[in-house]
Design a protein around this ligand. Structure first.
Ligand code: ATP
Ligand code: MG
Length: 255
């Protein structure tokens, strides 16, 4: 049971953003994906979710080639993601924003609810209760009916993750979910990710805070310049000379 990319290459004009990249995540596994700015992490997420179409290679879900499937279809099959910049409708309430996450699954349950004797019928009340349970798990708001626009950046990031979990994905791709959030929120996020993985969710986690990723992950993959340069146990990847050099290079440029 896994989601995988193999031999994936994508070019934007003359720029090779990914070069024959292979990455996989199994059910219940947390895989940390690290690499400096421009390494190709978000582009890899785009290829896995169907936002971008690689020129080479394939994406497989539970052994089936899903490379030709569109984003919507992949979401319905259980691939969820969050975005580097939170994309939420801030006009509605916190509960509304989480409930939007049910939509991909809802279409299926509406269909099955039309069938006679269906056991899959789900009422709006049930969904609302589940949204409120997620809001409580993430301690997102004392009042779930408060406008989402009133949340801090940290809580907006947590809200994105809660909404993504609401769609009950089998695999979840998190693009810098902890960027700009405080330690308390980061601990809540870490616990929610671990709980979801313990229930069987496969997680691909992109973060610049390498220490946080190493702590969270069962396995790590390092991308540099669109290529996988190291992969394996977190301690080995963090100590890998090519990974260290890539991060030192970034610091030197930034200094
Ligand atoms: N749609 C696009 N058109 C042109 N170039 C792109 C496009 N998407 C990504 N790139 C380029 O591909 C490379 C990889 O970008 P990507 O956003 O995947 O990196 P990243 O590892 O997510 O970086 P960051 O840590 O800054 O988020 C970069 O050089 C980027 O400018
Ligand atoms: Mg990125």
């Amino acid at each position: 049971m896994s989601l995988s990319a193999s031999g994936v290459s994508i070019r934007f004009g003359g720029l090779v953003a990914l070069n024959k990249v292979a990455v996989s995540v199994s059910s219940g596994e947390i895989v940390g994906l690290v690499g400096p700015n421009g390494a190709g992490k978000t582009t890899l997420f785009n290829c896995l979710t169907g936002v971008a179409q690689p020129q080479e290679g394939k994406v497989q879900l539970e052994g089936q080639d899903i490379s030709h499937l569109r984003l919507e279809h992949r979401v319905r099959l259980g691939i969820g993601r969050t975005f580097q910049t939170p994309r939420l409708d801030l006009a509605g309430s916190v509960a509304d924003a989480v409930m939007l996450g049910f939509y991909p699954r809802l279409r299926q349950s509406i269909l099955s609810a039309c069938l006679p004797f269906s056991g899959a019928r789900r009422t709006e009340d049930e969904l609302s209760a589940r949204a409120r349970a997620l809001i409580a798990e993430f301690r997102l708001a004392t009042d779930p009916d408060a406008p989402a626009g009133e949340l801090s950046l940290g809580h907006l990031r947590l809200l994105e993750v809660a909404r993504a979990l609401a769609s009950e994905p089998r695999y979840l791709l998190l693009d810098e979910p902890a960027a700009g959030i405080d330690d308390v929120d980061r601990d809540l996020l870490a616990q929610a990710i671990r709980n979801a993985a313990a229930r069987g969710l496969g997680v691909l986690l992109v973060e610049h805070n390498v220490g946080f990723v190493a702590e969270m992950s069962h396995r790590m993959v390092a991308l540099v310049g669109g290529e996988v340069v190291a992969e394996g146990k977190p301690a080995d990847v963090v100590g890998d000379p090519q990974v260290v050099a890539a991060y030192l290079g970034v610091q030197r440029v930034a200094a």
